[in-house]
Design a protein around this ligand. Structure first.
Ligand code: U2F
Length: 457
């Protein structure tokens, strides 16, 4: 082994599912660019690390594999939950071993982790260094997780009692009066509370107050003050550093376009804000009946549309749909979403309200029609419609032909759509300022870097 140096060495532990690893990788890259004198070691599973390898390398950012816990010869059934389960069984041993190995070569001075990986606190403590956590979503979602025990005491966890209280407000948590029990993520008072990920998130809610700082992928001026104020009483330091997509604009060059979505959109450039973009992120699979209803709505509405649809769900489309809409619609398994939303032709976004998609809708000024499915998506949706006024729920809460057609008409044709676009335009400026040279997110990220670097002393 090399002689230990006094150089700061930060290990970054990523949670390997959905958009978590790429968000943390953005952050690690940004910090690496800002602090060329600090060594960064990024840890994730081999599959995810493989997908990150298309990024240009940085001399002070190295990538290491941790075991994914999958049994030998495991054949994926495409169910993320199974893979999460195997992965969690392998934790924290997989990260601990991998971190110990690099620590022997170059002394670790700080642990940065996805907030989901609560055991990073133990790993940091064993090495006598600070733990800084990263929360990928809103301050509101973070707050309801941190208040899991309180919510359980107030609402209960027996399904009969919870279902009777679904419409009650969460006003007993500061800043959360606009949310109802039904908006909560699964695993707090409803859903399979004994699912390993939910148990892990409960543990996270107990550990996060011990982190030196929590970075949140949100914008100080957009997420509300009462929620952030509350978080600051519970956490040692809470630093909004979003939107990461704006902080790392280099990503746009890496978003390749294998299915030629951009040239297709370019042919519609003469008609600004006329195309509907459909995308439900990386994990949601809408039920077949809803996919069929959505297809019918797109067909009957006559609008041009671009749809990011996983190949294994294509069979839910009505017979002949692709032929009948050829030329007017493009259905592909993956799009460079940021660049799509950034294209002038796109005017509406049918979305599940994943937080990254929400930030992209703001950044590229495209109003949403939403159909949230799980996790923090209902909370995000509620913020968009009740607080910010920049999105509409699909009528009835599930994808129906009439509901989707109505939403498309509102966003693409009616004055309400235009007004929403104006409101988003104002938010976009706020977001852009936040990541500008003297903006709040930039300042917070600099503070975070000082904390991360300072722990080297
Ligand atoms: C989970 O959400 P997802 O990862 O499913 O969805 P998003 O947060 O919206 O992130 C999807 C990202 O993938 C990109 C897109 C987003 O940056 O631009 N993408 C793409 O480039 N092309 C495609 O065809 C499809 C997607 C979870 F389900 C949510 O509840 C959480 O809010 C979210 C963040 O924690 O993670």
């Amino acid at each position: 082994a090399m002689a230990p140096s006094n150089k700061a060495h930060v290990v970054v532990l990523a949670f390997p599912f959905s958009s978590h690893p790429s968000a943390l990788f953005f952050l690690a890259r940004k910090l690496s660019e800002w602090a060329p004198d600090v060594a960064f070691s990024f840890f994730c599973t081999p599959k995810t690390n493989g997908s990150l390898s298309s990024w240009p390398t940085l001399p002070n950012l190295r990538i290491y594999d941790v075991a994914d816990g999958l049994p030998e010869g495991h054949v994926s059934k495409g169910r993320v939950d199974d893979e999460v389960e195997f992965f969690l069984v392998a934790t924290p041993g997989n990260y601990r071993e991998a971190v110990k190995r690099v620590d022997e070569i170059e002394k670790v001075s700080c642990v940065v982790s996805d907030a989901f990986l609560w055991f990073a606190r133990e790993i940091a403590e064993e090495m006598g260094v600070a733990w800084v956590a990263f929360w990928i979503a809103t301050a509101c979602a973070l707050s309801v997780h941190l208040n899991t025990d309180l919510i359980r005491r107030k609402i209960g966890t027996r399904s009969e009692e919870v279902s009777a209280r679904m419409d009650e407000s969460l006003a007993f948590i500061p800043g959360c009066s606009q949310f109802r029990v039904r908006d909560l993520p699964e695993g707090i008072v409803f859903g399979p509370l004994d699912f390993s990920l939910f148990k892990s998130l409960h543990k996270m809610s107990q550990e996060l107050p011990r982190a030196t700082a929590i970075l949140v992928n949100t914008i100080e001026e957009i997420d509300y003050d009462p929620v952030l104020d509350h978080l600051r009483t519970v956490l040692n330091k809470c630093l909004p550093v979003g939107p990461l997509t704006l902080l790392a604009p280099t990503r746009r060059d890496c978003d390749s376009d294998p299915h030629s979505c951009l040239p297709w959109l370019e042919a519609r450039a003469h008609d600004p804000a006329s195309v509907a973009y459909v995308g439900f992120g990386t994990v949601v699979v809408p039920p077949p009946s809803e996919l069929a209803a959505l297809a019918e709505a797109l067909e009957e509405s006559g609008v041009h549309f671009l749809w990011s649809l996983k190949d294994n769900t294509r069979e839910s489309l009505p017979a002949g749909f692709l032929d009948r809409t050829r030329g007017r619609g493009l259905v592909v398994p993956w799009t460079p979403q940021s660049r799509v939303l950034g294209h002038v032709a796109v005017g509406a976004f049918i979305s599940h309200c994943g937080w990254n998609s929400v930030l992209e809708s703001i950044t590229f000024v495209v109003p949403m029609i939403y159909r949230p499915f799980f996790s923090d998506q209902r909370i995000n949706a509620r913020i968009l419609s009740q607080v910010l006024g920049i999105a509409v729920e699909v009528k009835g809460g599930v994808l129906t032909k009439d509901g989707v057609m109505d939403g498309l008409d509102l966003l693409l044709k009616r004055k309400e759509g235009k007004e929403m676009r104006e409101r988003i335009g104002a938010l976009k400026l706020i977001a852009k300022n936040a990541v500008g040279e003297t903006g709040s997110s930039t300042k917070n990220l600099k503070t975070a870097l000082e904390i991360i670097r300072g722990s080297a002393a």
